[in-house]
Design a protein around this ligand. Structure first.
Ligand code: G
Ligand code: MN
Length: 262
């Protein structure tokens, strides 16, 4: 049973956006903030809207509207932040459906919201079915020419892992949290991650490890050569105004043992 069936409240989704920092692995310096769609349940809890995006019954039109609304919310955050001289880079999850159906939409929306494409990384998840890789590869070229960066999200757990890597020239590889989860206890996980990092670097890509929940995982990932980390060990997703407080706080790096002022 899908999330929608159980909760039945998403006839038309009015979701909000929270942000989770991504930091340089070695220094702990903030690099970017991933915009994450969140929805309120009827009893006021905030849950991930990921389940809604993944719903197979979601029409293409609805997925387009969801992505559109995320960019609108990010536009509002960017304007609020600019008013206090805060200009973080943003990672934006865009569905492959949107990229496939209307490749120019994202660029239009960013322009409408006055978001500088150079501040934006588009994350393409490869766990969703990728219908037309050639079309996606062409769209990605177009985005990069417009100054956006492109990341392959959830790398290693999708149906088209190597085909995407082979056909789509992306800037960033995001290693799925399932590899990160077992790395401290399992040497093979570490070897797999190390091989992914070498592969990414061979292709000139940066590597972000996601789902980093402990300082020990963070340390291992840094030693293995990951460029950046994201997860509860660094910061949980938070509302736009909290991101400012997070930035102003002193971030702690377990690697250098130095306190970092962002
Ligand atoms: O598919 P994608 O990688 O964009 O998913 C991001 C999701 O991962 C968000 O919903 C976010 O709340 C969740 N998340 C972020 N950090 C962690 C973490 O350290 N552990 C776990 N289990 N989930 C996380
Ligand atoms: Mn993502």
């Amino acid at each position: 049973m899908s999330y929608n069936d159980r909760h039945g409240f998403v006839a038309e989704i009015d979701h909000i956006v929270w942000y989770q920092p991504i930091v340089a692995a070695a220094s702990g310096r903030p690099i970017s903030a991933e915009a994450l769609a969140r929805a309120y349940t009827p009893n006021g809890r905030v849950v991930s809207a990921g389940a809604l995006f993944a719903d197979a019954r979601c029409s293409h039109e609805r997925l387009l509207r969801l992505d559109r609304q995320t960019v609108r919310r990010v536009g509002a955050s960017v304007a609020e932040w600019a008013a206090i001289d805060f200009f973080p880079s943003i990672s934006l999850n865009v569905s492959t459906t949107t990229i496939d159906r209307d490749p120019a939409a994202v660029l239009r929306w960013l322009a409408d919201e006055k978001i500088d494409p150079k501040r934006v990384t588009i994350e393409i998840t490869e766990t969703a079915p990728v219908e037309d890789i050639a079309a996606i590869a062409a769209a990605v070229e177009h985005y990069r020419a417009a100054g956006l960066r492109v990341a392959i999200d959830d790398f290693g757990c999708g149906s088209a892992t190597f085909e995407l890597l082979h056909r789509v020239g992306a800037d960033i590889m995001k290693i799925d949290r399932r590899f990160v989860r077992s790395l401290v206890a399992d040497e093979r996980s570490r070897r797999v991650i190390a091989a992914m990092v070498r592969l990414a670097h061979e292709l000139g890509m940066h590597v972000v490890a996601e789902g980093v929940e402990s300082p020990l995982q963070w340390e291992w990932l840094t030693d293995i050569g990951c460029d950046a980390v994201q997860g509860h060990a660094i910061a949980r997703p938070m509302p736009a105004d909290s991101l400012v407080f997070w930035r102003d706080r002193i971030a702690w790096s377990p690697i250098t043992g130095e306190r970092q002022q962002s």
